[in-house]
Ligand binder design. Structure first.
Ligand SMILES: Nc1ncnc2c1ncn2[C@@H]1O[C@H](COP(=O)(O)OP(=O)(O)OP(=O)(O)O)[C@@H](O)[C@H]1O
Ligand SMILES: [Mg+2]
Length: 247
């Protein structure tokens, strides 16, 4: 089942920081849709994802509520693909994809291995199960990290600049692939690439310097959108808006 998520009045001030990273932030993630966030470096995008994922420890000043449309807790229903792929260099691809099971139980069942192989095949990665991460290209590593995220099979998926290390062609391909394999999930994507945001968003926000989330217009077509003249026009006006807001 798809779930929508409401973040209300979220505030975060890191221990020792002179001011809050953000305060009184509200964000709705509609069920089975992609919400994308753009914003300048250091504005608090990763912090917001970490807050949603429950990864900010109590040494920091944190407040706000997270509620899900089915009334259940968000715990254990969220997966988080971090800004760096964080593949463990000493584990092969299959074990990296099955990392959660390996960490929880120390072993990986035949069923989990089968599921991991299927996901790798879906991401065009068959045949590299025994390879180590440093034997792979950047694009392959990103796809392995995506497979690991999908392996967790959660209804809510957070992704922090997942395609940033890729060249334009592989980025485009992986955007299409991610839209396909994440269908039905509620996704929050952080990106610094306006074109990527415009291709993939069902709703798009710009994190402004005064810590507000500004909704941005999108083409009427459905994601993943082609990079056509219309998208180009949206991209142009988005870049102008970002220049005005961020100097
Ligand atoms: N664990 C932490 N302790 C203290 N301050 C932190 C911590 N993590 C992040 N910050 C600070 O919070 C602010 C927001 O950081 P965050 O990583 O959320 O930004 P970002 O928007 O994701 O930036 P980027 O686009 O560069 O990834 C920055 O000023 C950063 O230095
Ligand atoms: Mg970040």
């Amino acid at each position: 089942m798809s779930i929508s998520v409401q973040l209300s009045a979220a505030s975060l001030q890191y221990a020792g920081a002179a001011q809050a990273t953000f305060a009184g932030l509200n964000l709705n993630l509609p069920a089975a849709k992609w919400t994308c966030l753009l914003g300048p470096s250091g504005c608090g995008k990763t912090s917001l994802l970490r807050l949603l994922a429950g990864l900010i420890d109590s040494s920091h000043q944190l407040s706000g509520q997270i509620s899900c449309s089915d009334g259940l807790s968000i715990d254990n229903r969220i997966s988080y693909m971090a800004q760096q792929d964080l593949l463990l260099p000493w584990l092969n691809v299959l074990d990296n994809v099955c990392l959660k099971a390996k960490l929880l139980t120390g072993k990986v069942s035949a069923g989990e291995q089968h599921k991991a192989r299927q996901l790798l095949a879906q991401l065009n990665l068959s045949g590299i199960e025994k390879s180590l991460p440093d034997q792979l290209s950047g694009g392959m590593r990103q796809r392995v990290a995506l497979a690991r995220t999908l392996m967790q099979d959660t209804p809510i998926v957070l992704m922090d600049e997942p395609f940033s290390a890729l060249d334009a062609v592989n980025r485009y391909k992986l955007q299409d692939l991610a839209a396909k394999v994440l269908q039905g999930r509620t996704v929050l994507l952080i990106t610094h690439d306006p074109q990527e945001a415009l291709r993939l968003s069902d709703q798009l926000y710009l994190f402004s310097a005064d810590q507000q989330l500004l909704p941005l217009p999108l083409p009427d077509s459905l994601p993943p959108r082609a990079v056509d003249a219309q998208l180009g026009q949206y991209q142009q006006s988005l870049l102008q808006k970002m220049q005005v807001l961020h100097g």
